[in-house]
Every structure is written in C-alpha cells, then in structure tokens.
Design a protein around this ligand. Structure first.
Ligand code: FES
Ligand SMILES: [Fe+2]
Length: 366
C-alpha cells in the first residue's frame, strides 16, 4: 500500500513530537547476547524500570526488577547464589527467578508475602537479548525479524556496538526514518549532494512502516567506496528502511551500476535497535551485515569490517547524537508549543507515529 497523507493527518502529527509514552506489551532489546557472560549481573533501566538480567546455571536468561523489596538496593550489585538465585548486596535476602524471596537470613527467618520483586520474560534471538515489559503473556511471534543477523560469515558482520543518546527515542526513530539527513549531516560518508534528489516511497506492511529512497547515477558516498574498492564513478544508490514497532529498524542500503538491480549491487543491512531508558534517554545498539561483497581476501575484508564499524559509530555518535540531543534540549526548554514544520521527507516519521500511537492507545484502553 502506497501512502498519501491528508492535511488532517499532518496536522494531527504535529502534536505527537517526542510524546514520552511507551508500548509495554512488546519486546525491547536489553543487550547483545555476548554482553551477558555467565556469572554477570547486568543492571539496566528500560522504560524507566530498573531491571537486572543474568544467566542461570544452564545458560538461560532471567530478568528481575532491580530493586530489592526491603530497602530498594539494586540486586545487580549483589551476587548469583546457588546457580539461579540473586542475593541482595545489602542485607542478604535471596530471590529466585520468579522474583519470590526464598531466604530471609534474619530473625525467625519468616518471609513476608511482600518480599518479592517483579520478573520479566526474557529471551535471546538474532544475537540480542529481548525483554517483554508488559503484563500480558509474552508473544514470541512479535520479536522483530532480524534474521539477516543469523548465520553470516564472521567477517561480514561489524562490531556489535552501542551508544547512549540523551534524547527521547522518538527523535532517534525520526532521524532513521528520514534518511535525507545523510546528504547533510553525514555528507561524504553516508550521503552526498547526489543523493538529495531521491525518489521516496512510503509503504505500510502490516504494522511496519517502510521508507525507500532511490537516487540515480550519482557519485557513490564514502562508505560505498570503502566497501566496493573498484566501485564505478556513477552508481544508483538505494536505501530501504523498515520500522518495526515499537522501536527497532532494519535498513538495506547500497549502490549498484546504473540501471542494475539492488540485488546486483553491494551494500549492507544496517541494524538499529532502540530501547527507551526514560523519556529523555535512549539505548542505541547497532551493527551492519554486508551483502554483495566484491572485496576479495580475509585481510582486506577484516580492514573493511573495522573501518565500516568505526565510520558508522562516528556518524551516529559524533554527527547524529549531538544534533538529536540538541533538539531534545530545545524542545525541553521551549516556552511555546512545539509544532514542527512537516516536509515531504517526513511522511515516514509521521506514519510510524500514527501506528505507534494507535498501538499504545489500544494497550491503554480499559
Ligand atoms: S535492601 Fe535488600 S536485603 Fe535489605
Ligand atoms: Fe544519521
């Protein structure tokens, strides 16, 4: 379905900037799988809730509220005991993976009924750890599809990386669903003046929003030259980014000889995994998986792997994040209603906000 937005929808969208509300019955990324080693307690705040995640003796994951029922010490500062339980660091209460207190070492050792913390469904898929933040039963079919991460040659996947962005997660999604900014903010690296003029298409696929851009016969941006050492001087550049509720995005981007299809070209799947820490801070995990790898030899491909990872981190951390964080500060300090001008490039951001708002409203309906 190709989307045309009416005046009504555009006006409505202006009220939805960085709303600070969350969809709870959904999967959010909490870490890369590799980041939780056996014996480690990972404390992280997700949707303003403190959570501790760890591996049980069999390697499977458990996730609990990271706040002891006694005096609110973070359990993530404690220790794993007896294989599967957490001991609070402060006065030694122990909790099992369901969140029930199973040991009170004090007094007559009675365990009051209130001695419990919340537990969360947690699972691993596509090299990431996913946590379900809602009260409804966890629906594993709703884990966003990042199958492009699976079973890839090690040299074709870049570092599994992460930064924090001190801004609302919607501002980060807005950034990613409107890639016209690559011609300005990332000029020379991810875009250039030849990619400003692009054909833009926005489609809805179920609840996903897909934004495609196609720029014909232009100079390849630096990233594409890096990945395809003898890339032609004129190429078609394609980007196709898919937002999957509530806050992950999968991009396929690259270049091909003018007139050829993207499948004949060279590029990468860009993985963007966003999780709100709170209303003004976002966890941002990212990596890239190459396709159409024309560069030959492990040594060269290892160099490309490292340069692509470093370049993308630079683009997100040194170019995107400062602008997004400044936007957040300006919005926070605004003395008047925030009412953004909507351009043709904003159809993707407007559409995903409509879907997200509908999902949140449905969840909050009595
Ligand atoms: S705060 Fe955890 S046992 Fe006291
Ligand atoms: Fe960017």
């Amino acid at each position: 379905m190709n989307i045309q937005l009416g005046h009504e929808a555009l006006v409505h969208s202006k009220k939805q900037l960085a709303s600070g509300t969350y969809l709870h019955n959904a999967w959010y990324v909490a870490a890369w799988s590799q980041d939780i080693a056996p014996g480690k307690l990972l404390g992280i705040t997700i949707l303003k809730e403190p959570v501790v995640i760890y591996r049980m003796a069999d390697g499977k994951l458990a996730a609990l509220e990271d706040r002891c029922a006694h005096r609110f010490a973070p359990l993530s500062m404690g220790a794993i005991v007896g294989g599967d339980k957490i001991q609070c660091p402060y006065h030694g209460l122990e909790y099992d993976t369901s969140g029930m207190c199973t040991l009170n070492p004090h007094g007559n050792k009675h365990i009051p009924p209130r001695a419990r913390v919340r537990s969360y469904p947690v699972t691993e898929k596509h090299k990431a750890i996913w946590i379900w933040m809602g009260d409804k039963p966890a629906d594993h079919s709703k884990i966003p599809d990042f199958g492009v991460m699976d079973n890839q040659p090690e040299l074709h996947t870049t570092k599994l990386d992460k930064i924090m962005v001190k801004a609302n997660y919607e501002l980060v999604i807005d950034n990613l669903l409107d890639l016209s900014h690559t011609s300005y903010l990332h000029a020379g690296i991810l875009g250039n003046q030849d990619t400003v003029e692009s054909e833009i298409n926005v489609d809805q696929d179920g609840e996903d929003i897909v934004v495609s851009r196609y720029a014909r016969a232009g100079e390849p941006p630096g990233m594409n030259k890096l990945m395809w050492p003898d890339v032609p001087s004129k190429v078609d550049k394609f980007t196709r980014i898919r937002w999957m509720a509530p806050s992950t995005l999968r991009l396929v981007t690259g270049v091909c000889r003018p007139g050829e299809t993207p499948e004949q070209g060279s590029g990468y799947h860009a993985i963007h995994l966003l999780t709100p820490e709170n209303d003004g801070s976002t966890h941002y995990w990212f990596t890239a998986v190459r396709f159409g790898v024309f560069s030959k030899g492990d040594e060269l491909n290892r160099q490309i792997q490292e340069k692509v990872a470093a370049t993308r981190r630079f683009a997100f951390e040194e170019q995107d994040a400062p602008v997004i964080e400044a936007q957040q500060r300006i919005i926070d300090n605004s003395q008047t209603a925030v009412d953004p001008l909507i351009l043709a490039i904003d159809v993707g951001p407007v559409r995903y906000k409509q879907v997200l708002k509908r999902l949140i409203a449905a969840e909050q309906a009595p």
